[in-house]
Write a protein that binds this ligand. Structure first.
Ligand code: GDP
Length: 424
């Protein structure tokens, strides 16, 4: 059985926590897209962790953590992340890396930074982890697959060829130091030694696991609205954030994905630039930002303050639909306990007309939120374990969101910890 855990919003919905929780009953947890650009925060009995590349199942000894072919694989980062877990007392995780995963090269990070610098004020707000240059190279067919590390002669020849085109850009577009192909080759050789113990034919492995009746979790990064096709292009990430892509990025049949748990945040937050209709500003925003997540809304990778806003029913309903959500997990509900009234965005007004459908980017830029206000519950709901024990206004808020997103909310998360969850 395959389950996907994906985001309905702009990322940071709390997928890490839900994955860590559900990993308990799973055998294999797979990352299928993205790279080390976003982070998952996990709080469990070992402490507090910000994972970037490893799936959130690495804390259990019975699970195998898989980096699928769809991931942007930063090899030194992976090795460092595994080591940092061990240093913090977590038993060494079982990790497998797809032989078809492509390698994030040191120059991808340079190109990411150079391009942001060149764009100046018009930049995308990239985390400069090299993700966009990485996927550009992958689809331009000048990327390096893990499998290529093991054929030295062909590899060297390709490194020279790739450096030639990279150096033209470095010299004439960015006016930056050139790449030395021998040095790049040397780096790849050191990467080979680092990754060799983990390399695996992942799709074969997963196919066998499915035959044996194992439970597989696909862990998505970011959320629907950051998908390059269905999100707020061009302010999106460079690989698909949708559950459907899990089939490709892990190498499994699409029909094996039976359950798509879409993580929905009880309010909105986003990092980076792009239209954000229900965004709030000033003191109102600062208050929510300070109280948000488990230590305020600041990026797990960059520490940047996140943009925050009220729950956006238009964006989230769309986010659930485009994921193919079979169920939803509503997170960080506890954070809203301080409000007398809770505004939610129930429509977009675009050129004088109100719509409930999420539009393409140019229209989205013009959208103004139609706000409805629900009564708050004015208390701390942390520690509550039964749905019936939640205050009435809190349940009404959950049920209102459930109706709006047209997806059953099966889990309500009321704290960052592993067992701070209410099943419905
Ligand atoms: P992810 O990328 O979707 O895994 O999300 P992040 O880990 O970046 O952001 C979610 C943040 O919210 C983390 O700091 C979590 O510890 C925290 N968190 C998750 N669920 C809850 C919750 O129900 N309540 C509170 N207060 N914090 C939560």
């Amino acid at each position: 059985m395959v389950r996907a855990i994906v985001g309905a919003n702009w990322g940071d919905e709390g997928k890490g926590k839900i994955t860590d929780m559900l990993a308990k009953e799973s055998d294999i947890i797979v990352r299928f897209q993205g790279g080390s650009n976003a982070g998952h925060t996990i709080i469990n009995n070992y402490g507090r962790f910000a994972l970037h590349l490893l799936p959130s199942g690495v804390f259990y000894q019975h699970t195998t953590s898989v980096i699928g072919n769809g991931v942007a694989l930063n090899i030194p980062y992976l090795v460092k992340e595994i080591q940092s877990l061990v240093d913090q007392g977590v038993p060494a995780p079982k990790v497998l890396v797809s032989d078809r995963a492509q390698i994030l090269m040191p120059y991808h990070m340079l190109f990411d930074a150079y391009e942001e610098e060149r764009l100046g004020g018009k930049s995308f707000g990239s985390t400069k982890s090299g993700i966009a240059p990485f996927y550009s190279d992958k689809y331009a067919k000048i990327g390096f697959q893990v499998s290529e590390l093991f054929g030295e002669e062909e590899l060297k020849e390709k490194v020279y060829r790739v450096c030639e085109t990279k150096n033209i850009l470095l010299e004439h577009l960015y006016h930056k130091p050139l790449l030395d192909p021998e040095e790049v080759y040397g780096t790849l050789m050191s990467y080979r030694d680092m990754v060799a113990p983990y390399v695996c034919d992942v799709s074969r492995y997963l196919s066998d696991a499915l035959k044996e009746g194992k439970t597989i979790l696909l862990e998505g990064q970011l959320g629907s609205l950051k998908d390059p096709d269905h999100g707020i292009y061009p302010m999106v990430t460079s690989s698909s954030t949708l559950a459907a892509y899990g089939a490709i990025g892990a190498g499994i049949p699409p029909y094996e994905i039976k359950d798509i748990i879409t993580v929905v945040k009880a309010y909105s937050s986003a990092v980076g630039a792009g239209a954000f209709v229900s965004e709030i500003f000033g003191d109102e925003a600062e208050e929510l930002r300070k109280r948000g997540g488990d230590h305020g809304e600041y990026g797990a990778t960059t520490g940047r303050p996140r943009r925050v806003g009220w729950f956006d029913a238009v964006a989230t309903r769309y986010g659930c639909r485009i994921q193919g959500a079979t169920e939803a997990a509503l997170t960080v509900l506890d954070v809203l306990g301080y409000l007398d009234e809770i505004p939610v965005c129930v429509g977009y007004e675009i050129d004088g007309e109100v719509t409930r459908d999420f539009p393409t980017t140019a229209k989205l830029e013009k959208a103004k939120p139609v706000i409805k206000t629900l009564p708050g519950w004015k208390c701390n709901i942390r520690g509550i374990r039964k749905y019936e024990d939640l205050p009435e206004n809190c349940r009404k808020y959950v049920e209102f969101i459930e109706k709006e997103i047209e997806t059953p909310i099966t889990m309500v998360s009321n704290g960052p910890g592993r067992d701070e969850i209410i099943y419905r």
